[in-house]
Design a protein around this ligand. Sequence first.
Ligand code: GLU
Length: 472
Amino acid sequence: MSQKHPSFFQSVERNFDRAAAHTGLPKGLLEQIKVCNAVYQMRFPVKIGGEVQVIEAYRVQHSHHRLPTKGGIRYAMSVNQDEVMALAALMTYKCAIVDVPFGGAKGGIKINPRQFSEYELEKVTRRYTTELIRKNFIGPGIDVPAPDYGTGAREMAWILDTYQTFKHGEIDAAGCVTGKPVSQNGIRGRTEATGRGVFYALREVMSFEDDMKKLGLTKGIAGKTMVVQGLGNVGYYAAKISTTEGDVKLIGVAEYEGSIHKPDGIDVDALMKHRKETGSILNFPGATNLPKREDALELECDILVPAALENQITPENAPRIKAKIIAEAANGPVMADAEETLLKKGIMIIPDMYINAGGVTVSYFEWLKNLSHMRFGRMEKRFNSNTYENLVSTVERLTGKVIGPKERSILTRGADEIDLVNSGLEETMIEAYRQIRDVYVSNPDIKDMRTAAFVSALNKISSDYMALGIFP
Ligand code: GLU
């Protein structure tokens, strides 16, 4: 990145300052919220392919106003202290926005996971976890990691196993990490949670007729066009669920190897299959290859979903962005010094700290499941379905009509874990947007949704700090 841009953490601070001006909160309190409370930088040796490599890694706890702290662990060559600090800060605001009672944290290991064998990745992950245990930087009531870019359920299972090895007999040990495989104390629906949350959020945002009119759009998500950058866990599920459940048309995709455009719609599963077979999204039947990797970002569309890494929309390409809505599925995809250009063009930016909060929301459900030692739905599923059975039978008796077997099974079903997770997520995304929008509508000085989201978060975090009694 060239020197003139603010760093990622500076971008977050800049956005924070812009919002802080609208809160009227005391300076000292704002300063305490803004800083990173604890930064643990570590270096440890791991034998990779017969040679010792010194691995650089981090865990940052941004805010302890609520415990545990929470946030994913990223494996990427781009990992550095500034990035992990920025991501940890975003976690604090994200958790507050969706009323998840955690402080923010983030971890990162500077490796390219694709260049490591599974065995080597396991060694690195276990060693990293051991370092966290040694410094008391992990635990169900202390700091709870989760997947992020370059990590998934497999790494979380290694973290749990390492933790349990050291903390033998700790009854809530399973809550030391989330995003685990379902078979190892994970929760159904966690893998797709961030992408599903993006869909629920967009559907809610687009349900306000007046707001959409200002963008030149009709109300409702159905029939709108979408472009996605990044077909990882977040981008893939955001595209998949928006097209299948929301009737959105996916017209463009940007990936590492290039961009494609297909105005009549892309079947994302067919594209994934094509990529698996050919090693690339390019040359997808019926689609046009675009000359440059990021070109799809500049396509004319209703919704642009950057779901890869930070700093993708820069002062350089911002003037050419033609989307009406930018849904920040990744963390920090819009550089702070590109934002003004986008807002001036009348583009609505739905900020990362709200729109990608589905992941941590379902992580919260997983953590609760681990602490309760019981699957959601176990107590009430059968009771509810028996009650609905009785109701349906009574209606049949009173009307003299019989309800068909298919309808009957829909009407009498008790909720499973996945139903409860998805409904909890849906409720969370809807409620959080309404709170942000209320801030936006009731403060004419606030001109964008990021500032409104920040103000919503700051009001909640500050009241937690006030409860401590040290701030006036
Ligand atoms: N890494 C995800 C995020 O950036 C999820 C964090 C979590 O579940 O704790 O929000």
